[in-house]
Design a protein around this ligand. Structure first.
Ligand SMILES: [Fe+2]
Ligand SMILES: [Fe+2]
Length: 138
């Protein structure tokens, strides 16, 4: 069972890689859309998709962390919350109509997400691969 979960969470796993790719692609689309001065409603749709997708992705990761009593859960959750806060800032910038700032923020968030995948998500993936056991408290 642990092997199955480890393979689901593996950053090399195609399902997880696809989820991470969607996050990055949405941020790229926001950056390019802002650079091309696309209409506000188009940018707003992309940001809404980013919010929804990120919430679902983070909840699923966090559920796995709780199921497997991941010791660094709190720190990883803090990092997720930090990104959610930064996405709220992105929404504020969009509402202000500051496209240049929106473009910069979307680029910076791509770097943030890429770093998170390489560090935090990879650490959790390794924890599962090394044989984490299911928490009885979940
Ligand atoms: Fe992730
Ligand atoms: Fe994560």
């Amino acid at each position: 069972m642990e092997k199955v979960v480890a393979s689901i969470m593996s950053t090399d796993n195609s399902a997880m890689r696809n989820e991470h790719d969607v996050q990055i692609r949405l941020l790229e689309a926001i950056e390019k859309g802002a650079a091309a001065q696309r209409p506000g409603h188009e940018l707003s749709d992309l940001v809404d998709q980013l919010v929804e997708y990120t919430n679902v992705h983070f909840l699923s990761e966090q559920l796995l962390m709780r199921m497997y009593a991941y010791p660094a859960y709190a720190e990883h959750e803090d990092h997720h919350n930090e990104l959610l806060d930064r996405i709220k800032d992105l929404q504020g910038t969009l509402a202000d109509g500051d496209e240049e700032q929106l473009q910069q923020m979307a680029r910076s968030l791509q770097e943030w997400v890429t770093g998170h995948i390489k560090r935090d998500d990879a650490l959790f993936s390794r924890y599962l691969e090394e044989g984490a056991t299911t928490s009885t408290g979940c």
